[in-house]
Design a protein around this ligand. Structure first.
Ligand code: AGP
Length: 613
């Protein structure tokens, strides 16, 4: 997803170096081009490049000595292809200003027609360029007045940073529905503007998260915040100490493999301090007002996208089965248009690793409008989703760099298991078999490690099956939802058309897809439906379909004698099995993609944080 980095204030070092370093820290979000603009002796200098930030770096060497107000951007293409002219920053026809933008301008086409009628020449296919020309069109030498007028014309979501050659040391920024952070480095006197805290260099900052429609004017003497009517708004700083976390792969070939192996540690950290083993209690320290609200909850809606939606599916099932409160998982982009039954007695749980997914944030805003209480689970401190929520809990998975989510998913599940157990505790005043549940959760890290130790077995199966281009995933109950997630893993890094169905559903249509060229991955972990799922496997085998079965050690597979099998030697509560089965199939997807030689950490067309709808 797109990323913004800008610098103003008393600039102490090369602004180009700072911008390039900031863009490199934003690479994990996914992008396809980048660019920088700055003011040099009264002129706008602008350099753009398709591909990696390092190709941009090679093209700005001549600007490295400057300490000038600068804006920089990584672009993930929405409107217009991946070509240099579509990269940001964008300029007006007279090259008086340059501007970068995150988000989507929904009325860009009407505005483009209006501007063309007024003689504007467009260079790119982007919606962003419209903002640059609109700024120029309304410019009356007062940046604040101009941006206010531009603001009023825009429909859609945006975070914008702009420089103008009449105001050589000034950066003007605004936002709506997209994050934009001001970070004041008091020691150096520099002021950074960014869409993502991860872009900041190591140091101590006073930060301000801009609210929607606010405008900030920044130069070497001022940092001024205005509301949408142009009235000065007091700055409320939050201190932030940035420690450079080493985003390196260590001994691993890929971030995804590293993060798969970090899952035991991530689970331990997410679990730490959140239970009392002696008294068999969960200790999430939920706020008093949540505990007062909870008895009024009549239903629970869990909302997410992609992998986070799959976590929602597993936990909705567990809540209904264990706490006996109606619970449903919703795809965020669907929820927000659904005239559902959300009301003041609904608890909405938003799940998002990045905390910036536009669809999820949009759905939570809609739920809030319908008077629901919002609880979010996220992995990123200070992320936008927290500001949308009444309550929140953090997973402790650490930064997840690979686009393909692994440790964040299993950490989400762990935290949501704890939350569900605490719901039971609040409802009944105690946690039935609390010690057993806590012991089960505490063994998860070592059980994951035992799966990881058998990764060569999984790699061998991947080598023998990577040629299949039709792969079905089947399961029942918890195993079906786990299969949904595992199928997504395979899709997004191996690019194989993989489908997932409840095992009992095959004979109602999908079985027509099965032949000797089909591989079916059968998740057999749900004991109560093991026999039935074996029958489904035999229906597939009767049509010459190949089988890769994942089962528990005590489950006898002789009846189906699968072509490939992996046994998980554990005895653990059924609802917790999705974590272990997911690790097996994360590794499987990784090794299949490795056989295919794909760019596993940066899969084609995908981004780490999808901040557009
Ligand atoms: C996961 O492997 C995918 N990269 C993707 O589906 C992701 O889970 C989804 O975009 C939601 O992201 P979030 O958890 O940051 O909201």
């Amino acid at each position: 997803m797109c990323g913004i980095f800008g610098i103003s204030g008393k600039i102490a070092v090369s602004s180009v170096d700072l911008c390039i370093a900031g863009l490199k820290k934003l690479e994990y979000r996914g992008y396809d081009s980048s660019g920088i603009a700055l003011l040099n002796e009264g002129q706008i200098e602008i350099v753009k490049s398709c591909g990696k930030v390092e190709s941009l770096e090679k093209r700005v060497l001549h600007l490295k000595d400057l300490k000038a107000v600068s804006i920089a951007h990584t672009r993930w293409a929405t409107h217009g292809g991946v070509v240099e002219v579509n990269a940001h920053p964008h300029i007006d026809n007279e090259k008086n200003l340059a501007l970068v933008h995150n988000g989507i301008i929904e009325n860009f086409y009407e505005l483009k027609l209006y501007l063309k009628k007024n003689g504007v020449q467009f260079l790119s296919d982007t919606d962003t360029e419209v903002i640059a020309h609109l700024f120029s069109h309304f410019y009356d030498s007062n940046l604040l007045n101009t941006l206010k007028r531009v603001h009023e014309k825009l429909i859609g979501s945006f975070a914008v940073a702009c420089i103008h050659k009449d105001h050589p040391n000034t950066l003007i920024v605004t936002k709506r529905d997209k994050p934009l952070i001001l970070a004041l480095d008091q020691q150096k006197g520099q002021i950074i503007v960014t869409s993502d805290r991860n872009a900041l260099y190591e140091g101590e900052f006073q930060t301000v998260d801009l609210e929607d429609n606010q405008i900030a004017l920044i130069n070497e003497n001022t940092l001024q915040l205005y509301d949408q009517n142009g009235l000065i708004t007091p700055l409320q700083f939050t201190p932030l100490f940035v420690k450079n976390t080493s985003h390196d792969k260590g001994e691993f070939s890929h971030f995804m493999l590293k993060e798969i192996h970090e899952q035991p540690h991530a689970i331990r950290r997410t679990l730490e301090g959140r239970y009392d083993l002696e008294n068999g209690q969960i200790l999430l320290n939920l706020p008093k007002n949540f505990k007062e609200f909870f008895p009024k909850v009549s239903k629970i809606a869990l909302i997410g996208c992609g992998t986070s939606y799959h976590a929602a599916c597993i936990i909705a099932h567990f809540i209904e089965e264990f706490v006996r409160i109606p619970a449903q998982a919703h795809i965020a982009s669907e929820f927000r248009y659904k005239e559902g039954l959300t009301d003041e007695s609904t608890l909405v749980i938003g799940i998002s690793q990045s905390g910036e997914t536009a669809d999820t944030i949009g759905a939570l805003r809609e739920a809030k409008r319908q008077k629901a209480k919002i609880f979010c689970i996220t992995n990123v401190q200070h992320s936008s989703i927290i500001r949308e929520s009444d309550f929140h809990l953090m997973t402790q998975a650490g930064p997840e760099i690979s686009v393909c989510s692994t440790k964040a998913f299993t950490s989400q599940l762990l935290l949501l298991y704890l939350l569900t157990l605490e719901f039971y505790q609040m409802k009944h005043g105690f946690l039935d078999q609390g010690n057993t549940w806590i012991q089960n959760l505490r063994t998860l890290p070592s059980l994951i490690e035992s799966v990881l130790q058998k990764k060569s077995l999984i790699q061998e199966i991947a080598k023998q099956t990577c040629q299949f281009d039709k792969v079905l995933f089947i399961g029942r109950q918890y195993m079906f939802y786990t299969a949904l997630e595992s199928s997504l893993k395979l899709k997004e890094i191996s690019y194989i058309f993989s489908l997932c169905y409840p095992a009992g559903e095959l004979k109602h249509g999908p079985l027509a897809l099965v032949d000797e060229n089909t591989l079916t991955i059968a998740l057999l972990g749900h004991a109560p439906t093991f026999q039935k799922t074996c029958s489904n496997v035999q229906e597939i085998q009767a049509r010459k379909g190949k089988i890769f079965a994942i089962a528990q050690k005590n489950q006898n597979l002789e009846e189906i004698s699968p072509d490939f099998a992996f046994k998980i030697d554990v005895s653990i509560a059924q609802p917790l099995l999705p974590i272990l089965y997911s690790v097996v199939l994360q590794l499987y997807a990784f090794y299949v993609a490795l056989e295919k030689g794909h760019d596993i950490d940066h899969p084609k067309n995908l981004a780490k944080s999808v901040t557009v709808e």
